[in-house]
Design a protein around this ligand. Structure first.
Ligand code: HEC
Length: 128
């Protein structure tokens, strides 16, 4: 009986260590917390796989359909390329002075999406 009683504090300490370990390992195993940049893959930035999804989820609700806002249609490559070439697309998403900040009434695109747009535009805004 005496031996059993002595075992409790030891068992308690061991389980405490195990539980704490579980918590900390779960936290530190999260890649996005340890390496925030690895979640933004800018190694291959193509119109079809990187740019179109960003525009589709942030811009096309207004700049698409039969009557696109400001007559700017971003639902097809030709429309996007036109706004790249006249400098308005980057001016708007980067919130540069003299451009209307986009997405309108929404927060600025996150740094990852801005990086993708910048890289794609710098590489010639290809229809790839
Ligand atoms: C809620 C609707 C809405 C959304 C979402 C939106 N726009 Fe616009 N956009 C507008 C309107 C309306 C205008 C006309 C200018 C104004 O009213 O600010 C405009 C203007 C623009 C212009 C011209 C800006 C200038 O100063 O010449 C560009 C380029 C543009 N939008 C690109 C985008 C891009 C890229 C996105 C997504 C990242 C986007 N817009 C999202 C409504 C929207």
């Amino acid at each position: 009986m005496k031996n059993n009683n002595r075992a409790y504090p030891i068992l308690f300490t061991i389980s405490l260590v195990v539980i704490m370990n579980l918590f900390t390992s779960c936290y530190y195993d999260k890649e996005e917390i340890l390496y925030p940049d690895t979640t933004c893959d800018t190694s291959v930035v193509k119109y079809s796989t990187a740019i179109l999804p960003v525009l589709s989820s942030n811009c096309i609700s207004c700049h698409g359909g039969s009557t696109p806002s400001a007559a700017i249609n971003l639902s097809n490559y030709a429309g996007v390329k036109q706004q790249v070439d006249n400098g308005r697309l980057w001016g708007a998403v980067s919130h540069s002075a003299n451009y209307s900040p986009m997405p309108k009434n929404g927060g600025q695109l996150n740094t990852c999406n801005l990086a993708k747009l910048r890289i794609w535009i710098a590489a010639g805004a290809l229809n790839n």
